[in-house]
Design a protein around this ligand. Sequence first.
Ligand code: COA
Length: 150
Amino acid sequence: MAEDDIDVVADNEARAYPFPWSPAAFADCLRAEHECHVVELGGRTIGHGVVAVTLGEAQLLNVCIEPQAQGRGYGRALADFLLQRATARSATVVFLEVRPSNHVAIALYGTLGFRAIGRRRGYYQALVGREDALIMALDLNASTGAVELQ
Ligand SMILES: CC(C)(COP(=O)(O)OP(=O)(O)OC[C@H]1O[C@@H](n2cnc3c(N)ncnc32)[C@H](O)[C@@H]1OP(=O)(O)O)[C@@H](O)C(=O)NCCC(=O)NCCS
C-alpha cells in the first residue's frame, strides 16, 4: 500500500464495514511503517490489510475485501500473506480484536489457527450502544496454534 492507494482503500473499507477506518488511520499506519498491503485483481484494488509488529508481537489490525469480491478466497489469501509478513519480521505471536457479531471473520481466523483468549467489554461503537471485542491469538511457533497468557 502506498499513499496513492488510500482513497480507493478507504472507499473499499467504507463499503465493506459499517464502522470503517478513516483515510487518516491508513496514513498513520504507513507512516508507522506497519505492514500495509493491498490485494489487486485485474488492475483493481479489491482488498487491503495491515499488520503491526513490535518486539516479536504482531497485531493484525485490518483485513478487508470489498463486498463484490468477498467469498472467493481472497480474504484467506490476504490473511495468510499478512501472517507470513509478521513471521518475516520475527513475530512469534499474533493478536487481533474482532466483533463477536462478525461471524465470517471469526470463522476465517479460526481456520487460520487463532483461538479466543479474552474479551474487552464495550470496546466497539455499535449501531445501538457498544459491542465487546473478542481477543484472538495465534502462536506462530506452535503446531496447535493455541496460546496461553499468564
Ligand atoms: C472477513 C473478510 C476479510 C473475509 O474475506 P473473504 O474474501 O470474504 O473470505 P474468503 O472467501 O477468503 O473465506 C475465508 C473464510 O471465511 C469464512 N467465510 C467466508 N464467507 C463466509 C460466509 N458467508 N459465512 C460464514 N463464513 C464465511 C469461511 O471460514 C471461509 O473459509 P472457507 O471458504 O474455507 O470455508 C471479508 O468478509 C471482509 O472484508 N469483511 C468486512 C471487513 C471485516 O469484517 N474485516 C475483519 C475485521 S476483524
